[in-house]
Design a protein around this ligand. Structure first.
Ligand SMILES: [Mn+2]
Length: 244
């Protein structure tokens, strides 16, 4: 795993691009160029796509510019690790074999330069999220996925669009965000007690870095409002903003 390590999440590339989408993607492409030039490793910590559902022979064409960009990055020799989120869990061989170096269906942990990392997309972590955890198990159930895949793609994607429009609430109150950080710190402290130095999560659409006795919780923000990323240079992990 080549240093530096870069962590991004919650880009939510749109199925129905709005006026700002091309510019947003160009900004992301410049970041990817930076990753390539640095000779480092990229971690995408979930919700790269606002919706990805792959079929045996079919995948969404709207993402073509991004897919070619990422494929070129991989072909140049950059390692791309993709941890699936709650918007882009339903991948097949195009993602796992063609586009990404490694794809992960669950949390991962590893050691780099003497530091122990725990990486999670983060959905379902909150202590009060019991109902969501049941829903998550259902949406990932192989029988459910098989049934959804049997629907015509136009029907499947129309349904996803409808769900996505209803669920778009990426800006929360300060009070709600503070409660989330507090709850995530409970989960982080458990990982720190196990010996992990860094807990990195996405999903919560807030950019925060909290230190606890030299160990760090990093909430990655997103590429909708924050344009943030985590960078580990071998010594320390820092939350940065791309093109401030
Ligand atoms: Mn998410």
């Amino acid at each position: 795993m080549d240093l530096p390590l870069f962590f991004i999440s919650d880009i939510h590339l749109l199925l129905n691009p709005n006026g700002g989408e091309a510019g947003r993607q160009q900004r992301l492409f410049r970041f990817l160029d930076h990753v390539q030039a640095s000779g480092g490793t990229l971690f995408i910590v979930g919700d790269l796509f606002d919706f990805w559902f792959e079929y045996k022979q079919v995948m969404p064409k709207v993402y073509f510019p991004f897919l070619t960009k990422l494929y070129a990055l991989k072909e140049s020799g950059t390692e791309i690790n993709y941890l699936l989120g709650n918007h882009d869990y339903w991948v097949m061989d195009f993602i796992t074999d063609t586009l990404m170096t490694n794809t992960y269906f669950d949390d991962i942990s590893f050691e780099a330069n003497g530091k122990k990392f725990y990486i999670t997309h983060g959905d379902g972590l909150l202590s009060w999220d019991r109902a969501y955890r049941v829903l998550k198990r259902m949406l990932r159930n192989p029988l459910f996925v098989k049934s959804f895949r049997a629907l015509h793609p136009n029907i499947g994607y129309a349904f996803a669009n409808w769900v996505s429009r209803r669920g778009r609430h990426f800006v929360h109150t300060d009070e709600y965000n503070r409660r989330i950080v507090e709850d995530l710190l409970g989960f982080a402290d458990e990982r720190f007690a196990e010996g992990f130095d860094y807990l990195i999560t996405g999903h919560y659409h807030q950019a925060r870095q909290v230190e606890r006795n030299g160990r760090h919780l990093l909430i990655l923000g997103d590429w909708i409002n924050y344009f943030t990323y985590g960078e580990f240079d071998g010594q320390s992990l820092i939350l940065k903003t791309w093109e401030t």
